[in-house]
Design a binder for this molecule. Structure first.
Ligand SMILES: C[S@@+](CC[C@H](N)C(=O)[O-])C[C@H]1O[C@@H](n2cnc3c(N)ncnc32)[C@H](O)[C@@H]1O
Length: 339
């Protein structure tokens, strides 16, 4: 019932659910109340519930277990990451988002889940005739989503006027019930996909996971053979020349070294890499064994091998190559060849 975040990309949903029933996704399912209701009412459909929060996810897991329903799968993961990694184009029959965090502060609005790139992503992952339902108590967020969806030629409103303020048949979670009890409004947006559109380049930059093909799903490494004998202090010598702070920036990505840890055989760099909306933090391992100096991702880590991961390795490799004579490149499996 619980799907592992580290599963293979593009899960085979037929295999996961052991049937070919239509698949509906709820992003930010909270404690699972809505998804359990929907799955109970629609036994001939499959439901995937995801949420980023560990604590809330646990609650949803218990609720789904208690329900005994076989047509639900859950994963603890961020919504756009899930869509990029595990869902192929034209897979879903519906996507529900109930009460997404509105991020009230102006400076935080860019953290909102639903924006233009996200609609392109959902549009791509939906089947034709697939539906997108957005429910919120926040008028301003709702209006911005409504405005965005109206601009998409391949989405048409589900109701006379795609935005409505009452929807008696729609299941009300505890969150919704509380809100209504206070006499406050809830806004519902419903659209149906009517055709395909291509994902633009800027959306692929915003969601770098969209650029990873099957062949790219390996963890890169760089190895040097040390030609001349190096002192027993070689690791310390390396450490003394490695840069901290920002080591790379372009219009879409930045890479920052936060800290270093070391022993006689290796240096571990704590790195943060932001590409578009995607942030990864990982440990880079620079280790010395016999005459081989290896730069790789530390065994304890498993970041997604985006451009930023390859670039980080390549940057460290070129710094070492430039500062130390007598390093012979043995292998460089990064996608950046100029080491
Ligand atoms: C206000 S709660 C609403 C919960 C539930 N949908 C309901 O109606 O009761 C928002 C939920 O979305 C989750 N969430 C926020 N951003 C998310 C994202 N980008 N991807 C997945 N879940 C997210 C939060 O952890 C939280 O559980």
């Amino acid at each position: 019932m619980i799907l592992n975040q580290k599963s293979n990309y593009f899960l085979d949903w037929k295999e996961v659910f052991e049937n070919e029933n239509p698949i509906f996704l709820e992003i930010g399912m909270g404690n699972g109340e809505f998804i359990v209701h929907m799955a109970k009412e629609n036994l001939n459909a499959n439901f995937i519930g995801i949420d980023v929060s560990k604590e809330i996810f646990r609650k949803a897991v218990s609720r789904v277990k208690r329900s005994g329903l076989k047509n639900i799968r859950l994963m603890r993961i961020e919504g756009s990451e899930f869509l990029c990694k595990f869902v192929k184009s034209e897979t879903l029959s519906g996507v529900y988002i109930n009460f997404p965090d509105p991020w009230h502060k102006k400076s935080h609005k860019e953290r909102r889940l639903v924006n233009e790139p996200f609609i392109y992503l959902v549009s791509d992952r939906l089947k034709n005739e697939g539906i997108f339902i957005f429910v919120s108590d926040n008028e301003e967020y709702t209006k911005s989503v409504w405005g965005l969806l109206k601009k998409f030629d391949n989405f048409s409103p589900l109701w006379d006027h795609g935005l409505r303020r009452d929807f008696p048949e729609y299941y009300k979670t505890k969150y919704a019930r509380k809100w209504l009890a206070l006499g406050l409004p809830i806004y519902y947006i419903g659209f149906k996909k009517t055709g395909n559109i291509e994902i633009p380049e800027y959306v692929k930059e915003y969601y770098p996971l969209l650029n990873l093909s099957k062949e790219d799903l390996y963890m890169p490494l760089v190895e040097f053979k040390i030609k001349k004998e190096k002192s027993s202090e070689f690791i310390k010598d390396i450490l003394s020349i490695l840069p901290k702070g920002l080591i790379y920036r372009d219009k879409n990505a930045l890479i920052k070294v936060l800290d270093f840890y070391y022993n006689e055989e290796s240096i571990i760099a704590d790195i943060v890499c932001v590409e578009g909306s995607f942030r990864q933090r990982f440990f880079l391992d620079i280790s010395l064994k016999k005459e081989v100096l290896k730069i790789s991702i530390h065994d304890s880590d498993d970041p997604d091998p985006t451009f930023g991961i390859h670039k980080t390795l390549a940057i460290f490799a070129s710094i070492l190559k430039e500062k130390f004579t007598g390093l012979e490149l043995l292998q460089n499996t990064t996608r950046i060849k100029e080491v």
